[in-house]
Design a protein around this ligand. Structure first.
Ligand SMILES: [Zn+2]
Length: 487
């Protein structure tokens, strides 16, 4: 007995030593990057962005298919950025998407910078809740206000501003630079980005990497960290909606069967909420936690540096908040539920839609199998909902020079000296995935500090971008396109 205890003691000690060594090895790398803060005519840039925000380019739909607003935006770009339009090749693709080619000096795989022209609509009746109207294009209180200020006309305009400035300097890139501005990203990108990608592929264009929206800089996203964390999307989750239908004979509500269509469907939904797809750490998430580890308190550091044994604990911590929970698993969101026509009539049909964001490594088929097994009710039909769906993407490397270029550009234009830069999986879809056939290096990032207020504002009310953040964005693209440029 005593001997067994001694052995257990030794094993525990060894374990603690290993965990301690792992934590110690997880020291923060020292990253020194030369600051790049050129003086810009920020006031004029802010006004140009405001003017672009004043054009309500809400994504065209079957009900309102007009593309006129997009053409207005095209005209604005042409008048505001004469050099870009004189020196870059420009094509209108799929009616309203814009594809520019800035020819490089050599024939080598170039970068494609993606942004989208379209914005999500403003919910009717909420305009009055905005401090400045969503489509007025106002610069006030140190910010540029309007739908699209964050998501992501700011990126589109900042890219064009950067190219215009570089052209004024007589700069020509080594390799081609492509600018791809879709017009239907918010409604899937199946027309714009898909057509532009197909066109490039058909012409045999090789791309080094693609940079689109996706990640941003956040504060306190990971409990226990105080450092600003820049997350660069290297993969995106998949998307599928599943329609569940329960049918019944109907009849009078005075003599109901023991279980009605509504009851059975409600049970199915409750089961799906109860039994969620299992959580798992993707290689991306392990890398993210590894990069965060040096910046948290010693106890957390030991925990994060030893996922081989602490994974269940970290999983529980991350599961506590919806935002971090979503990074661990395929999420389950019942979003629609319809049944019944009158209070004393049994519904003949009850229907629900459950939206799943599919974890990288899982698949749409995997989701369907999970739904079938969980509900285990032959009387409920399960079908993939018509409309948008996409498989989770592949993972782009965070050790690639392209990732490092993005990281370096960000560091050189950022005032935060303690910035932690890490790869992550974006939970929303972006246009980037449509370019997957052209390069395995797809990155998703907007160089902007996303405070909780800003995070709530895009797709919500009072969308705006602080002027200094917009300035950082323009500098970022300048730096990225011309790494050797001096401040
Ligand atoms: Zn967007």
């Amino acid at each position: 007995m005593k001997r067994a205890l001694t052995w257990i003691g030794i094993a525990m000690l060894l374990l603690l030593i290993v965990m301690g060594v792992n934590a110690w090895r997880a020291s923060a790398p020292v990253v020194v990057v030369e600051p790049f803060r050129p003086t810009l005519d920020t006031a004029a840039m802010a006004q140009r962005l405001a003017a672009a925000l004043a054009i309500p380019t809400t994504s065209a739909t079957a009900e309102s298919p007009s593309l006129d607003r997009f053409f207005e935006l095209h005209t604005l770009l042409q008048t505001q950025f004469p050099r870009v339009h004189a020196q870059l090749e420009r094509e209108v693709v799929a009616d309203a998407s814009l594809l520019y080619r800035w020819k490089g000096r050599e024939a080598c795989p170039g970068v494609l910078l993606a942004a989208h022209q379209d914005v999500v609509p403003v919910e009717p009746g909420t305009e009055a809740l905005w401090t400045h109207p969503p489509f007025a294009g106002v610069v006030a209180d140190g910010a540029i206000w309007g739908r699209g200020a964050v998501d992501d006309k700011s990126s589109l305009m900042a890219i064009v501003e950067a190219v215009e400035l570089l052209l004024a300097d007589g700069f020509q890139p080594d390799c081609d630079v492509w600018l791809a501005f879709g017009h239907d990203e918010e409604v899937s990108g199946l027309e714009g980005a898909v057509a532009m990608a197909a066109l490039l592929r058909q012409r045999g264009v090789a791309l080094d990497y693609v940079l689109d929206e996706g990640g941003a800089i956040t504060l306190g996203a990971i409990p226990g960290t105080t450092q600003p964390l820049a997350t660069i999307g290297v993969a995106e989750k998949g998307y599928v909606s599943v329609r569940l239908t329960a049918r019944d004979g109907g009849g009078h509500s005075s003599m109901p069967p023991r279980h009605t269509a509504i009851g059975r469907l409600a049970r199915a939904i409750a089961l799906l909420e109860e039994h969620r797809p299992a959580a798992d750490f993707s290689p991306v998430q392990r890398e993210l936690l590894r990069r965060i580890a040096p910046h948290v308190d010693p106890v957390q550091r030991v925990v994060l540096s030893n996922l081989w044994i602490t994974a269940p604990l970290v999983e529980r911590l991350l599961s506590a908040k919806p935002a971090s929970d979503a990074t661990l698993r395929t999420t389950t969101a019942p979003t629609m539920f319809q049944a019944g026509i009158k209070d004393n009539v049994l519904a003949q049909k009850a229907e629900a839609v459950v939206n799943f964001r599919v974890r990288v490594g899982d698949s749409i088929d995997g989701v369907l199998a999970h739904v079938r097994d969980t509900i285990d009710d032959a009387d409920i039909t399960i079908a993939v909902d018509e409309g948008f769906r996409s498989e989770p993407s592949a993972i782009s490397s965070w050790e690639d020079p392209a990732f490092l270029r993005i990281e370096t550009a960000l560091r050189s234009v950022s005032p935060e000296t303690d910035l932690v830069v890490a790869p992550y999986v974006t939970s929303g879809g972006t246009d980037a995935r449509h370019y997957a056939a052209l390069t395995p290096r797809l990155y998703r990032f907007l160089p902007i500090l996303m405070t909780p207020e800003l995070l709530a504002s895009f797709h919500g009310n009072n969308e705006r971008i602080p002027v200094p953040e917009y300035e950082r964005m323009v500098r970022f693209y300048l730096r990225l396109l011309q790494p050797q440029r001096q401040s």
